[in-house]
Ligand binder design. Structure first.
Ligand SMILES: *Cc1c(COP(=O)(O)O)cnc(C)c1O
Length: 394
């Protein structure tokens, strides 16, 4: 028998990763409050969470979750189409559609599943799927799953996207982009991409995992900020586990889109519905996110403070106006070392390395939250200056 053993082969790949300072490790965390965690026995201020509005521990969300769980139990007990779709899900879908200015919305259990489901449902083999090079992994995987031709364009470059669309002018086409890029924090050129899609007869899909709650009027996201209606940007996907502080995701758009997903999105059909108590907590999160503008104001003050302080200390930041504020380092070894040093100063900022980001662009991914206080940010800036005395690699 000459077959290679699959587990042994994976172990060898892991050993190669370890040699290149690219090993990933699961660490167990205890959350102390909104921003403080304990990891490996050390208490740290975390700058790694996506809880941008500070809602994950909000008493009103906790209470809604407990109340709903007492009333309807923990598990949804079935898939949405087989009795698992509860009043809490229906109410959440209505409130998400109203918030984002779309006709209908459909809840999925995770963002990963939402993107796989949308792309698999809409695209047939040999259709064209044009995507930004820095899109989230699950958009790429969704295109692969669909069997469509996947063409990637240069990051945030509508001309490059145009060339990819023009490579095949007959095939039905979908252009997918992150609204806010998860490892860089920049916002996609949505108005230009929407105009390009209109001209090319392509459908625009925006993954607003990091824009929802943060950008636009009432935090309704990057499409609302760019003033793009569901007519111009018909497929909006966003997650409920980041600024909304809960878990899950949704797709919002025209009724025809949502009705089609109910029929064909396999990750919606063949999976247990999200626990209804989570949907109840998310409804409260949506209300708070819409009403409490002060959380976004505070977040944007902290972003400005961080950027100003980093500039002052000669740290190289990405061009971002969102809570994702990566400090560019370069080599993976250097980034890991700086991240460790930050931990010993009491700050948790993970090093992000290839293959999550391109070669030689390892970075410290700082994320800010309305729950941080000014001294947290000042402390982080001082610790960063010590951990990266020479700024980034040449
Ligand atoms: C986090 C994220 C997802 C995945 O969402 P989950 O609910 O965590 O599965 C999808 N797209 C982007 C851009 C993300 O940042």
């Amino acid at each position: 028998m000459k077959r290679a053993d699959l587990i042994a082969r994976t172990a060898a790949a892991r050993a190669r990763r370890a040699n290149e300072d690219l090993l990933r490790r699961v660490r167990t965390v205890r959350a102390v409050d909104d921003t403080r965690i304990v990891m490996d026995g050390r208490q740290m201020t975390s700058f790694a969470s996506n809880d941008y509005l500070g809602l994950a521990r909000h008493p009103a969300l906790i209470e809604a979750l407990i109340r709903a769980a007492k009333e309807v139990g923990v598990g949804a007990t079935a898939a949405h189409l087989l009795g698992g779709h509860r009043e809490q899900h229906a109410e959440l879908e209505e409130s998400l559609a109203r918030w984002t200015g779309r006709e209908c919305a459909l809840v999925f259990s995770t963002g990963y599943m939402a993107n796989l489901g949308v792309l698999q449902a809409l695209l047939d083999r040999d259709d064209l799927c044009v995507q930004d090079k820095l899109n989230h992994a699950c958009l790429i995987d969704g295109a692969r799953l669909s069997g469509a031709q996947l063409r990637r364009y240069l990051h945030a470059d509508p001309d490059s996207a145009r060339r990819q669309l023009e490579s095949s002018t007959e095939a039905p086409a979908l252009l997918a982009t992150d609204g806010v890029f998860s490892m860089d924090g920049d916002v996609a050129p949505l108005a230009e991409l929407a105009a390009l899609c209109a001209e090319q007869g392509a459908s625009l899909m925006v993954d607003d995992a990091h824009g929802i709650g943060v950008l636009g009027r009432e935090g309704a996201g990057s499409l609302v900020e760019a003033n793009l209606s569901q007519h111009e940007a018909p497929i909006l996907m966003a997650t409920l586990g980041k600024a909304l502080g809960v878990s899950g995701a949704f797709v919002a758009g025209p009724a025809e889109l949502i009705d089609g997903l109910v029929q064909f999105a396999r990750t919606h059909i063949y999976t247990t519905a999200q626990p209804p108590a989570l949907a109840a907590a998310t409804c409260v999160a949506v209300r708070i996110a819409r009403e409490e503008q002060w959380r976004r104001d505070r977040l944007h003050d902290l972003i400005a403070r961080f950027r100003h302080g980093a500039d002052h200390r000669g740290l190289l930041l990405a061009d971002s106006r969102t809570p994702i504020q990566p400090v560019m380092v370069g080599s993976s070894a250097h980034a890991v070392q700086a991240s460790r040093q930050l931990e010993s100063s009491g700050f948790f900022v993970p090093a992000i390395r290839p293959p999550t980001v391109p070669e030689n662009t390892a970075r410290l991914r700082v994320t800010l939250s309305a729950a941080h206080r000014e001294p947290d940010v000042e402390g982080l800036l001082d610790a960063l200056a010590l951990a990266l005395p020479h700024g980034s690699d040449p």
